[in-house]
Design a protein around this ligand. Structure first.
Ligand code: IDP
Ligand code: MG
Length: 138
């Protein structure tokens, strides 16, 4: 078993899709190991998405990610990072495969419902970033 970090982004919360997103995640076999709801501060969102600094979508991304509450989840599954990326689909919901979370619910490439870590190394960093004390119930 391995872990990944998921974020249900502010569009997911605003559109009352938390329940549907979590049901989808659980239906695909993930265990929820940690969960909390937060409103990201600008500096946190900037640090989290720091590799995207300088991209034309960076500022609007920070504005979006700080526009309301998000749900942070640590998820457990075999090959959690790859499996989660597969079930959420491509960044742009129009390019996401049929049956993926983004294809089903996301409205556009920015407001795409959900974040998933992209490597085991980044998952480790992202989990530590949001759950520094590893308050993981196991
Ligand atoms: P990912 O979330 O699928 O890993 P990344 O390329 O890491 O996608 O981008 C991080 C986030 O930045 C995306 O989920 C999306 O919210 C936003 N983003 C990425 N590319 C674009 C774009 O071309 N336009 C607007 N927003 C974008
Ligand atoms: Mg990414």
């Amino acid at each position: 078993m391995s872990l990944t970090l998921a974020i249900l982004k502010p569009d997911c919360v605003r559109r009352r899709l938390i329940g549907k997103a979590i049901a989808f995640i659980e239906k695909h076999g993930f265990g929820i190991v940690c969960l909390k709801m937060v409103r990201l501060q600008r500096d946190e969102a900037g640090a989290f998405y720091n590799v995207h600094t300088g991209k034309e979508y960076f500022e609007p991304l920070l504005k979006f990610m700080t526009s309301g509450h998000s749900v942070l989840l640590v998820l457990e599954h075999e090959k959690a990072v790859q499996h989660f990326r597969k079930i959420i689909g491509a960044t742009d919901p129009q390019k996401a495969a049929e049956g993926t979370l983004r294809r089903m619910y996301a409205e556009n490439v920015r407001e795409n419902i959900v974040h998933g870590s992209d490597s085991d190394e980044n998952a480790k960093k992202e989990i530590a970033f949001f759950f520094p004390t590893m308050e993981i119930i196991k």
